[in-house]
Ligand binder design. Structure first.
Ligand SMILES: [Fe+2]
Ligand SMILES: [Fe+2]
Length: 139
């Protein structure tokens, strides 16, 4: 089946969402650095804030999968992106659970920070790949 013509309004709004997400990722990195410099981080509060971020991401992913310019495409590249969504949300869920269970013991904070940094890196790579595919779909 021939792919539907790209939804241009949706393409622009998804690019906007990616820009906003990138800014949000930077805020997370800054906030995490500030907290760790202050010492004794509040793991539960981090978990709660990440849970809000998770909902934001889930709604962005739904937007891409149901209404974005790639929504109707069934190529392996697009399937891989949707699979990323499942894995990214599941990684974040694990991290949120771990933060809620985290005590002041040595190692917990460093591990959580390292995992969250790699989560953010992976999310950025995902969005960059998506931007490339969405741009190609819009041509
Ligand atoms: Fe995505
Ligand atoms: Fe995205």
């Amino acid at each position: 089946m021939k792919p539907q013509p790209p939804k241009i309004g949706s393409l622009q709004s998804l690019f906007e969402e990616h820009r906003a997400l990138q800014a949000e990722c930077q805020q997370w990195r800054d906030w995490w650095t500030e907290l760790s410099e202050m010492g004794a981080p509040h793991f539960g509060e981090m978990g709660d804030r990440l849970a809000t971020f998770r909902e934001h991401l889930a709604s962005h992913f739904r937007h891409e999968e149901t209404d974005g310019p790639l929504a109707d495409r069934k190529t392996p590249e697009v399937r891989a992106l949707w699979q990323d969504h499942v894995e990214l949300l599941s990684n974040l869920d694990l991290l949120i659970d771990r933060l809620h269970a985290c005590g002041p013991e040595i190692g917990c904070w460093g591990d959580a920070r390292r995992d969250f940094e790699s989560f953010l890196d992976r999310l950025c790579q995902h969005d960059e790949a998506e931007n490339r595919l969405m741009s190609a779909a819009g041509e």
